[in-house]
Design a protein around this ligand. Structure first.
Ligand code: PEP
Length: 257
């Protein structure tokens, strides 16, 4: 049985005062980690605040990227060990904004994934196709290539220590959500690909859906057989909306596919 997980990606949003309200509300409102995991990935400067305000709650926190190197002359970068210093459990790698805006290649993402593991962090690997790639019928080839780069680097055992997130690029921040059936089809494909390498790892792997998840659509998405929760951008900035999404991830009967 896979434990559902909802991760909030704040991107480059927030300030001390607004974060304090949001984090306190989550710490207070999230009932327990027994049925599902609730996580916020804050910008680096606010990890200290997340640690201070979430430390005694069941909400966990993480970062949105890391450098693949352990330390050194890499101005502006942050290492996995620094994230551990601030109590991070998770780190997002390969978000489409990093791939598109900062030129992160599949190999660079794989190196970051491996670095996260080496620092005891749980990487959340994002994969997903653009609208042009979907319309050209290349969705499976694109996500397979993104996944393969990581599988080749860390093997199924390494994959089992992280989380996979399917995020169609055309659904991120656009208000366009993949339909539950569209999302399920890609999740099933991804799980099948992992199963070809290791069935047990595939069965235990949490695969999150990301792309305009809201309180109003979370439940139907999370009811799909291979969707184990969500990676949430915009809606994670409002505590009540995010909390509703996290609550919707608690286990229920799944729709057969
Ligand atoms: C994201 O940033 O990973 C994301 C899915 O954003 P949004 O929920 O705003 O589409």
């Amino acid at each position: 049985m896979r434990k559902p997980l909802v991760v909030g990606n704040w991107k480059m949003h927030g300030n001390l005062a607004a974060n304090a309200k949001l984090l306190a509300a989550l710490a207070e409102g999230w009932p327990s980690s027994k049925q599902a995991d609730c996580v916020v990935c804050a910008p680096y400067p606010y990890l200290f605040q997340a640690q201070a305000l979430l430390g005694s709650s069941d909400v966990r926190w993480g970062a949105q990227s890391l450098n693949a190197e352990g330390q050194g002359a890499f101005t502006g970068e942050v290492s996995g060990s620094m994230l551990r210093d601030f109590g991070c459990k998770y780190v997002i790698v390969g978000h489409s904004e990093r791939r598109q805006l900062y030129g992160e290649t599949n190999d660079a993402v794989a190196a970051k994934y491996a670095a996260a593991l080496s620092h005891g962090l749980e990487p959340i690997l994002c994969v997903g196709e653009t609208l042009a790639q979907r319309e050209a019928g290349h969705t499976e080839a694109v996500v397979a290539e993104q996944l393969d780069a990581v599988l080749l680097t860390v093997g199924p055992a390494g994959l089992s220590k992280g989380v996979l997130a399917y995020e169609p690029v055309w659904a991120i921040g656009t208000g366009k959500t993949a339909s539950p059936a569209q999302a399920q089809a890609v999740h099933k494909f991804l799980r099948g690909k992992v199963a070809a390498a290791d069935v047990d790892v595939a069965n235990g792997l949490r695969i999150l859906y990301g792309g305009s998840v809201k309180a109003s659509n979370a439940e139907t998405l999370f009811a799909q057989m291979d969707i184990d929760g969500g990676l949430v951008g915009g809606a994670s900035l409002q505590w009540d909306e995010f909390l509703s999404i996290c609550l919707a991830a608690r286990p229920k009967a799944k729709v057969a596919s």
